[in-house]
Design a protein around this ligand. Sequence first.
Ligand SMILES: Cc1cc2nc3c(=O)[nH]c(=O)nc-3n(C[C@H](O)[C@H](O)[C@H](O)COP(=O)(O)O)c2cc1C
Length: 328
Amino acid sequence: MTATPGSSHSIGPVALDSPLIAAPLAGYSDLAFRLLCRRHGAGMVFSEMISCHGLIHRQKATFDLCRSIEAERPLALQIFGAEPESMGEAAAILAESPADVIDINMGCPVRKVVKKGAGAALMRDPALARKVIAAVVKNSPKPVTVKIRSGWNHQEKNAVEIAKIAEDEGCAAVTIHGRTWSDGFGGRVSYDDIAAVRRAIKKIPVIANGDINTPADIDTMREKTGCELMMIGRAGLGNPWIFAAKPRPTTPAALMNAALELLDLMERHAACAPGRGKNIISRFARGFAGAAKLRQEIFSARDMKSLRMSISRGGLGKKGLSSETFKE
Ligand SMILES: Cc1cc2nc3c(=O)[nH]c(=O)nc-3n(C[C@H](O)[C@H](O)[C@H](O)COP(=O)(O)O)c2cc1C
């Protein structure tokens, strides 16, 4: 995945065939979901955040999060932590991973993460943030990116300062989610905060993130911020068509076809817990008559076989759909 002259989008040497990137979503962004996003047009996919300590302690569950296959690339593996040494060590361990890019999480608002100084809390300590970024860049043979928020709260907005640090320290791109830590996921994304970072950063791409829910939102984000690269999170759940800037289909058959495609990918590639799988699959059962009943069926399915039957019936009545369509 090396950028060739003339390829329109790239992060360092990594070429992207679309400017729309699938965001890291803890609990969702496993290999199966990422493959679905890529198949439907995402230019790049991100793993969910991975603990640097889990990597250092060689925990199996952590290494499982790093599993990948060629078809999903380019892939960014996102790491989180607050100590420069540990983050550098984790980056060195990932040198052997299939990742094309290593991303540093500086946006996670979850209490147990920020309590330890990681995620969004790193933005409150720019000197430490610089050390973390420098350690990761130094130890990673792969391009390094950083994902930030607007700042800690509306009195402490320092996205521009942190983005400049990332640029100075040799990062290949910065993603900004235009909300502060105190906003959580509420209210509306600030286009102004994203545009300010875009204006301040001259040498590397800025990836705009937040509240892209429809194809029209993609154009709005580009116009309001000047960013070409964009990252989409929640809207991609149950709607991978957003990555091709297409509207979500309205027919149950089209939606259930994609749900079956994801189910096949889950069975083939990801050892995800059934509960987690049902949550992702249920996102397709929205927006048509009978969707609520279908969601109930999905959540009460006892095993993969009955889950598959519910989805098939939900799409086409008794006859159902065939998963043969989706064989690779
Ligand atoms: C359930 C959930 C899990 C998330 N997990 C991560 C994560 O692991 N790493 C990260 O940087 N951001 C994470 N985010 C933030 C998203 O990547 C994204 O920045 C945010 O949802 C805003 O984009 P959106 O409006 O397109 O969803 C998560 C968000 C949600 C809702």
